[in-house]
Design a binder for this molecule. Structure first.
Ligand code: CIR
Length: 258
């Protein structure tokens, strides 16, 4: 089997000018962000992935959050139309990279969707309706994915930027969630693992082939996952958190079913 790939994108020198919705702007240490990003990439390599890092520039402050630009399935990749206009120039390079691995389908106006709003658990796809993601995009995704055997459910996002700020898959039927930010009724049939009450932002964990990557900022939630027998990769992510990002946002995993 070919090695799984993780597509990442360099930290822009303009990261400090990122989009912000729910968090207050504070200074970001770009050099520290780069060091943390290198360690993140090393954690992906340690987990067996080949890292393919795309270039960036000063005109793309948020480009490190490559997850928002595409959603990768076994059969195809969807190139998003990001909800923030400033992020639309991030799409060409990501599309070019993904074209080597998957047939591409591109979300068309008036649809807008950020990959951070798309939670995939086996054949179930949840799309969060948010300040970035709208109904026309959800309809396009349903049209693309329905015939390929996926069920697309839309759900509300509240209190946070993206659906995956509130819920991520630990397994095909196990979700890590902040219940205050999800519509619980949408996730019937899943076992829900709650973040620690003192760590509301901890629900963003990255599911890799044999381990779960979590931010070092959430030790209590990490302990809870360990107690469930999950193998963890812990990474520092303080600087991307200041840009309203987390661990799933910084890669596109190509090559195994999530
Ligand atoms: C933005 O607002 O678009 C970026 N500052 C943060 C994006 C984080 N991406 C993600 O959660 N998938």
């Amino acid at each position: 089997m070919p090695q799984a790939v993780a597509i990442t994108r360099a930290v822009s020198p303009a990261l400090g000018a990122c989009e912000l919705t729910h968090v207050a702007r504070v200074p970001i240490d770009v050099e520290l962000a780069r060091a943390q990003h290198r360690a993140y990439e090393q954690a992906l390599i340690d987990a067996g992935y080949r890292v393919e890092r795309l270039d960036t520039g000063p005109d793309m402050p948020d480009s490190v959050f490559v997850e928002d630009i595409a959603v990768v399935f076994d059969e195809l990749a969807i190139i998003t139309r990001p909800g923030a206009e400033s992020r639309r120039r991030e799409t060409p390079a990501v599309a070019e990279a993904l074209a080597a691995y998957r047939p591409l389908h591109v979300i068309q106006p008036p649809g807008t969707v950020d990959g951070g709003d798309v939670l995939v658990a086996g054949r179930r796809v949840f799309v969060g309706r948010s300040s970035r993601t709208n109904d026309p995009a959800i309809a396009q995704m349903r049209q693309l994915l329905g015939p390929r055997g996926y069920t697309v459910c839309d759900t509300e996002v509240r209190g946070c930027l993206h659906l995956k700020s509130a819920a991520t898959a630990l397994d095909d039927d196990l979700l890590l969630v902040n219940r205050d930010w999800i519509d619980r009724a949408a996730f019937g049939g899943f076992t829900l693992v709650d973040v620690d009450p003192e760590e509301p932002a901890a629900a963003n964990a990255l599911r890799l082939a044999d381990r779960i990557m979590v931010s070092a900022s959430f030790p209590r939630t990490a302990d809870c996952l360990r107690r469930r027998g999950l193998q963890l990769a812990i990474v520092e992510a303080s600087e991307v958190a200041k840009a309203e990002g987390a661990v799933t946002c910084c890669s596109l995993i190509v090559g195994h079913s999530r």
